[in-house]
Design a protein. Structure first.
Length: 408
């Protein structure tokens, strides 16, 4: 399946081929309730009192953690709906391929049937010379039902030779085959249209969720930037350090319980003693992914300048000749499982695939996100509709207890 092209094609007829993830009609900032965030005057006053400064720091940090959590939830919803679309698009791709195959078979069968009828026409012409009247005209110009009736009548003719009878049998078989395949193609066309409608519906839902997440991010960006600057001022650090620290807290809050250990009965595709990954392939895939840093997120994107999470992982490993599964986080997890390439995450190594599901359960049918582990607690990802391709700390919230090892 040509994922890179099909994923960027709208599923309904008549829509432009390029599937742009437009954030339609974002919510204006004024439509959101303006909370009571600390002002710069508050910060300046707090700087002169240690207790007040600490209280203001805690207030700002609490606000930022809450905002990050709210944004993460909106993005998770968008990613889950995006994965639903990816699976629907994959089903549509399969249905389209099936329809194309059936149409080709039906066309070939119809051509064979017409050739067989032409051969039978010779027999009909001979019978006509022997008193068959307008039999030839009935075969060549009559309706499909007329031709069926005529072929059946010819089958009872006692003047047919063995070779003529064989030709007749073949003509009847070819005609029935052509009719059956044409019927199958019509049914496949109806099924494909049903799947196209479903994929379009899921695409619209994913796009709407992305628009909500983007609108929220746009409305809060100035406030968040200001609060990071305020934290840096109060603590005597830098905005970059404060942002990294706070984003780490939001992804892995210290109050959260430690990740649950893998279940005692792992999925069938888990290798408890896996070989190490092939370093050359891993480094090539990571180099490819790293070359996309700073590029946009796009629903269904697999390059060259925009990506979704599974599009980035798939293209990165494809660049070194390694197939990791279809263009879907769920399908890539299932492919790793089927190939016996799942590894307990306690053994994850550079180049492994990290999967996320709601609640972090391996048994959850849908995996809504996938990233590539870089080592040292870092991963590279096409994160969500509100962020660019990036390198971040591994998020353990919702992380599935098994990782995929494409090589080794």
């Amino acid at each position: 399946m040509a994922d890179g092209k099909r994923r960027r094609r709208m599923v309904a007829a008549g829509v432009p081929a390029t599937l742009l993830f437009a954030f339609a009609n974002p919510m204006p900032a004024m439509a959101l309730r303006q909370p009571d965030y600390p002002s710069w005057d508050d910060v300046e006053q707090a700087r002169h009192n240690e207790a007040a400064a600490q209280a203001t720091v805690e207030q700002i940090e609490g606000i930022l953690i809450r905002l990050e959590a709210e944004a993460a939830e909106l993005n998770r919803i968008a990613l889950e709906l995006g994965e639903e679309y990816a699976l629907a698009a994959a089903a549509l791709d399969a249905a389209t391929a099936k329809l194309d195959r059936l149409k080709a078979q039906a066309d070939a069968a119809q051509e064979r049937a017409e050739q067989s009828e032409q051969q039978v026409a010779v027999i009909v012409a001979q019978l006509a010379r022997n008193g068959g009247g307008d039999v030839t005209l009935g075969l060549l110009l009559g309706s499909a039902d007329d031709a069926d009736t005529l072929l059946a009548r010819l089958g009872t003719a006692d003047r047919l030779t063995a070779s003529s009878a064989a030709l007749l049998d073949r003509a009847i078989y070819d005609k029935k085959t052509a009719q059956a395949l044409a019927k199958d193609a019509r049914a496949a066309e109806r099924e494909r249209q049903k799947l196209a409608d479903d994929a379009q519906e899921k695409y619209d839902a994913a796009q709407a969720a992305a628009s909500d997440a983007q609108a929220k991010a746009d409305a809060q960006r100035a406030d968040i930037d200001r609060m990071y600057a305020q934290l840096a001022t109060l603590k005597g650090t830098t905005e970059a350090l404060e942002r990294e620290y706070q984003e780490g807290l939001a992804a892995n809050p210290p109050s959260a319980p430690p990740p649950a250990p893998p279940p005692t009965t792992p999925p069938p595709g888990v290798d408890p003693t896996p070989p190490p990954p092939a370093s050359s392939a891993v480094e090539g895939a990571i180099a490819y992914a790293s070359a996309q840093l700073g590029e946009a997120y796009q629903l269904g994107g697999m390059g060259p300048n925009a990506w979704d999470c599974s599009g980035l992982t798939k293209a990165s490993y494809a660049s070194v000749g390694v197939y990791i599964g279809p263009h879907s986080s769920t399908d890539q997890y299932n492919y790793m499982n089927a190939q016996g390439r799942l590894v307990p995450r306690e053994q994850m190594q550079r180049g492994d695939l990290l999967f996320y599901s709601y609640g972090g359960s391996a048994s959850t049918p849908r995996k809504y996100h996938v990233a590539i582990y870089l080592g040292d607690g870092k991963m590279i990802e096409a994160p969500n509709p509100t962020a660019l391709v990036r390198i971040v700390n591994v998020r353990y919230a919702d992380l599935v207890p098994y990782v995929g090892r494409p090589t080794g």
